[in-house]
Design a protein around this ligand. Structure first.
Ligand code: GTP
Ligand code: MG
Length: 142
């Protein structure tokens, strides 16, 4: 999953999650518009200039490798590697999304096929700038 810390002048997107889900590949696919054959553990921190983002806000993207213990919100849930499954991974993603109120939205994508890559970062930016849910929600829904 991808989570975000809001800031009034820029959006700062952090990508914490479990290992090997494709965080670094997603950033590199976004930036170079092609799937990287070889990936470092962490992508370089980059800033997307305001004029090329849909919300016209400069956006820093911070990659993360390993486990993050603190809870950063808002969150979006990303089902990457959709190229590996025949069926839609939304079937897997939606029940998770419904269980955690702090998840703003979910999206299925593939760093390999470049499917929904720009959309994913757009949803991420939107989640920071216009969060719909509570900014901190310590309790799960059930
Ligand atoms: P850590 O930083 O080690 O936690 O991993 P990560 O989440 O940054 O994942 P990384 O980008 O290193 O990708 C892990 C593996 O998954 C690599 O072998 C990638 O080539 C592969 N991978 C990433 N995205 C996709 C995808 O969309 N489809 C497929 N088939 N493989 C992918
Ligand atoms: Mg990585």
């Amino acid at each position: 999953s991808v989570s975000f810390v809001p800031n009034s002048h820029s959006s700062r997107l952090f990508l914490p999650s479990t290992a090997k889900v494709g965080k670094t590949s997603l950033i590199m696919s976004l930036v170079s518009e092609e799937f990287p054959d070889v990936v470092p553990y962490r992508a370089e921190e980059i800033t997307i200039p305001a004029d090329v983002t849909p919300e016209r806000v400069p956006t820093h993207i911070v990659d993360y490798s390993g486990t993050l213990s603190s809870c950063l919100v808002p969150l979006i849930l990303v089902g990457n590697k959709s190229d590996l499954v025949e069926h839609s991974s939304m079937e897997t993603i939606l029940p998770i999304m419904n269980q955690y109120s702090e998840i703003e939205t979910c999206v299925e994508c593939s760093a390999k096929n470049l499917k929904n890559i720009s959309e994913l970062f757009y949803y991420a930016q939107k989640a920071v700038l216009h969060p719909t849910g509570p900014l901190y929600c310590p309790e799960k829904k059930d």
